[in-house]
Design a protein around this ligand. Sequence first.
Ligand code: AMP
Length: 534
Amino acid sequence: MQKWTKNVGSLISYAERIFPDVEIVTRNLSGEITKSNYGEVAKRAKKLGSSLEKYGIKHGQNVGSLALNTYRNMEMYFGISGMGAVMHTINFRLHPEQIVYIINHAENRIIFVETVFAPLLEAIQDNCPTVEQYILLCSAEEMPETKLKNAISYEEFIKDGDEKYEWPELGEDAPCGLCYTSGTTGNPKGVLYSHKSTLLHTWAGSSANGMGLSADDSILMVVPMFHVMGWGLPYIGAMNGIKLVLPGMGMDGAALVELIQKEDVTLAFGVPTIWLGLLGYCEENNIKLDNVKQTIIGGSAVPYAMIKEFDEKHDVNVVQGWGMTETSPLATATLRTPAMDKMPKEERYKLQTKQGKPIYGIELKIVDDDGNRLPEDGEAFGKLLVRGPWVNKRYYKHDEDAIDADGWFDTGDISSIDPEGYMTIVDRAKDVIKSGGEWISSVDLENAAQSHPDIMQASVIGVAHPKWDERPLLLVVPANDKKDKESIYSFLEDKIAKWWKPDDIVFVEELPIGATGKVLKIELREQYKDHLMK
Ligand code: AMP
C-alpha cells in the first residue's frame, strides 16, 4: 500500500472541495451573528498559512493564540498547522503568571489575540521577550489603540496571502498542536500533538462509536477551542462537513438558547458547569430545546440530575465523554445503545453517569499501588492507565517519557471498569477522601446530593478530622431559598453508605470554577481545612 503522511491542512482542503457551503456560524464580539463556510475558511486559512511563511515562521515553531471560538480561530487551526507551524492555544482564563510561563516555554514569536484580551497581554508583554509581533483578531478598521509590540490586525496580516497556497509535505511525526495542562501544582506541562495523532483522533472521533456524528448535524461548540484542541471538533467538523456554531463570548443561557434555536443545533458540546446555566435559564423562561438530540458532556463528572433533566424536560440524550489534555482528548464515551433504549429510565440514567467505554484505539487498565492489574468487575478500583496512538508519550521539552516501559500513561484518575467495559471515575487521585483508611468517592457523593431538588451544585471535599484523618464536607449552592441540612441528610440516607455521610453541609453562594470550567477543589480544601477541627 502507499505511504501516507498527511498534513491536517488536508482536512480543510477536503472540506473546501466536498462541503464548501456548509456553514461556520459565529457570534461576534459585538453580539451579532455572522456566517462563513468551509470554502471561505479554507481560502482564508491558506492566505494565513502563506502569510506566516512569508513572515518567516518555520516548521515546528509554536504560534500562540488567545482566541475565542470564532471562524478566525478555525482559520488559524488549519492555517498555522497546515503551513507546518504549531497551533499553540493559550487558555486566556489562566493566571497571568502562568500565561507568561507558557509563552516563554513555547518560545512564541507571534501571538494572535482577541481585541478583548489585548490589555491582558499588554500587562505582561515585557516578560515575554520571544514575542516579536501581536496580531489582533479584527479588521484594520476595528483595531483598538494598543501598546502591544508591532500590533497589526489579522485582516491586514493575511491581506496579501495566497488563497491557493499548497500545504507542504511534513514528516511522519511533525507536530501540529500544543496545549498546556492547567496543572494546579507546579508549572503547566505542554502536550504536543502530531499531524498523525490528530488525524487518527479525528477518524476515531468521527466514527459511529466515537461520537456518532453525521453531516446532518449542527454542532454548538461551547467547549473552548483552547481546551484540548476544542476536543477535536474543528477537525471532525471539516472531515465530515458538519455545521459548526461558535458562540464567541456569548456563553450565558440566553445567548446559547438563541444560537440553538436560530441555527437548528442538534448536538451541543461542553463541560457540566455550562449546562447548569443553560438548564437554569430554560427552566426560568419555560423553554424546551426542540432541535437538540444530544449533548456531549465531559471535563468533569456529569450529575445524574442533569442527565435526567435533559431527558425529561428537553428529550435530549446525554453522552458522557472522558478524556484529558494528554489523550487528545477523546478516550471513552457513554453512547446510546439499543440495550439502553430498553432499560427503565432510571437504570439508563445511572449507566449514563459512567464515563463510558473506550473508543477503538484506546486501551484502559486499572492497577493497584504496586502496579498489579485489578479485576474489571465494576467493584475494584485503582489507578487508571491508558495507552493509544493519540496519548501523550512525553511532555513538551521534558527529558523523560511520561509512560512506562509498556506504553501506559498514568491518568491520575481512580476508576473501576465493569464487565461490559464501562469505565467509572471514582475520583481524581488527589481528590479522594481517606476516612479511617477507607476511601470515599467525592464524585458519588456529589452525584447523590445533586439530585436533591433544592441543590443547584454540590462539591465534596475531604477535610482533616482528629479521629478519622479525613471526613467529607459537602458544599452546596442552593437552587432556591431553602437551606435545610436535615432535608439533605435524609435525602442522602438511602443513596450512600452510612459512613459516607458528610460530617457537615455548608451553603455557599458559588463554587470557585477554574480555567476549564471545573470546580477548584484545591481552593475549597484550603478554605475549609480547619472546618472539622474546631
Ligand atoms: P484536562 O486535561 O484539563 O482536560 O483534565 C482531564 C481530567 O478531567 C481527567 O483526568 C479527569 O479527572 C477529568 N475528567 C474529564 N472528563 C471527565 C468525566 N466525564 N468525568 C469525570 N472526570 C472527568
